[in-house]
Design a protein around this ligand. Structure first.
Ligand SMILES: Cc1ncc(COP(=O)(O)O)c(C=O)c1O
Length: 384
């Protein structure tokens, strides 16, 4: 069995993740910040340590400016719906996931102006095109750090510098890169970093968050929901400070205990080491797929310019059939279709059928890549 669906969610999880979650449930279990007893304090400590781990990984200065939520979709909705107002202009790319596109389209119908900068068919974004799209009322640029369809990395550092020079906010969707590619919110001048816990950070589903940089005035953020925070309980108004402003209701501390263990595991390996392993696997996969007659491989075809996600199509076979047969006949689990990113598929020319996507992860091996290449070669031969 070969798990090549890490771009959707990573599996297996690093050692220590399940144990941290079990320990929380069995030995702590209390509501953080809601009481003064020892277990509530311990629970609050687990929550705070998860914030610290995330800050260490992304070089963010203030754990209290990490807002936890369900996933990156939650974080992106908070940043977009929380900060953009009618009359504002926002710039994005044509490689975005629907977790950016759908909130933006909804905001657009409410009076926010949206410009989608076109990327190349390889998924590359030219920062000059972003610069050319800036208007006097532009407030924000939102980009994924890497495409979930072809893995192509977008130049967030260059766009970050541009945003600083123009007084704009940069929001980055790091769903595909967090834990797999170095991210430094200060060096890359990222004002808002949205991350998801269940991919390369090694955590469980139901975890993610938004790092809110110092250039964002929290007083301007409209939270997605309001309610109990355990703080300022004498007031019926929502607290106006982070993270409480945006974290109402009991948090997923069991999940965040797992997220912290996943992030600590990544930190122990070193993101550079994770990246080097994935680059080696990815380049072999790309080269091997390109050598198979009848295959089209999308993206830059250069592992250094992308994550470990590779999309391809087999001539004469629908992606859906290829996916089913890879699973049934070869035990290879991958994802086919549009990957919640129709704009990206339009950009690379694969809309509406989509592609077969192999999402490799840190626990995959070169042997698995070779086995998968043999399997795809057999399928392609049969389709010819
Ligand atoms: C680039 C990108 N953005 C957003 C998401 C949404 O992630 P989640 O479902 O964890 O919110 C994904 C996940 O597939 C993604 O790859």
């Amino acid at each position: 069995m070969i798990y090549f669906d890490n771009a959707a969610t990573s599996w297996p999880k690093p050692p220590g993740v399940a144990e941290a979650m079990t320990r929380f449930l069995a030995e702590i279990g209390a509501n953080p910040g809601r009481a003064a007893h020892r277990r509530a304090i311990e629970s609050g400590r687990v929550l705070y340590e998860a914030r610290e781990a995330v800050c260490e990984l992304f070089n963010a200065p203030d754990p209290l400016r990490v807002v936890f939520g369900l996933n990156v979709t939650d974080a992106l909705n908070l940043a977009l719906r929380g900060l953009l107002r009618p009359g504002d202009h926002v710039i994005t790319s044509s490689m975005e996931h629907n977790s950016v596109m759908r909130p933006l389209r909804a905001l657009e119908s409410g009076g926010v102006e949206v410009t989608v900068v076109r990327c190349s068919p390889e998924g590359l974004l030219d920062p000059a095109d972003v610069e050319a799209a800036v208007r006097p009322h532009t407030k924000m640029v939102v980009l994924n750090h890497a495409s979930n369809v072809v893995g192509t990395l977008l130049p967030v550092g260059e766009v970050g510098a541009l945003c600083r020079a123009r007084g704009l906010l940069l929001l980055v969707d790091a769903a595909q890169t967090g834990g797999a590619y170095p991210i430094d919110v200060q060096a890359d001048q990222i004002d808002l970093l949205a991350f998801t816990g269940h991919k390369s950070l090694g955590g469980p589903m139901g975890t993610g968050g938004l790092i809110v940089g110092e250039r964002v005035n929290e007083k301007e953020i409209e939270p997605l929901r309001r309610g109990g925070t355990g703080s300022r309980s004498e007031y019926e108004q929502q607290p106006d400070f982070l993270p409480d402003l945006c974290e109402s209701g009991t948090p997923n501390v069991v999940g965040l205990a797992g997220l912290e263990a996943g992030v600590r595991w990544v930190l122990k390996q070193g993101v550079e080491a994770v990246r080097a392993h994935e680059v080696a696997l990815t380049q072999r996969l790309i080269d091997g797929l390109r050598a198979i007659p009848g295959l089209t491989v999308y993206g830059t075809l250069d592992a250094e310019r992308q994550t470990a996600t590779v999309s391809f199509n087999i001539a004469g076979m629908e992606p859906s059939e290829a996916g089913l047969r890879l699973d049934d006949e070869y035990g290879i689990m991958c994802r086919v279709g549009l990957h919640c990113a129709p704009a990206a598929h339009r950009t690379i020319g694969t809309f509406p059928d989509g592609t077969v996507r192999f999402g490799l992860g840190v626990f995959n091996t070169m042997d698995e890549v070779e086995m998968a290449l043999d399997a795809v070669a057999e399928l392609a031969e049969g389709a010819r």
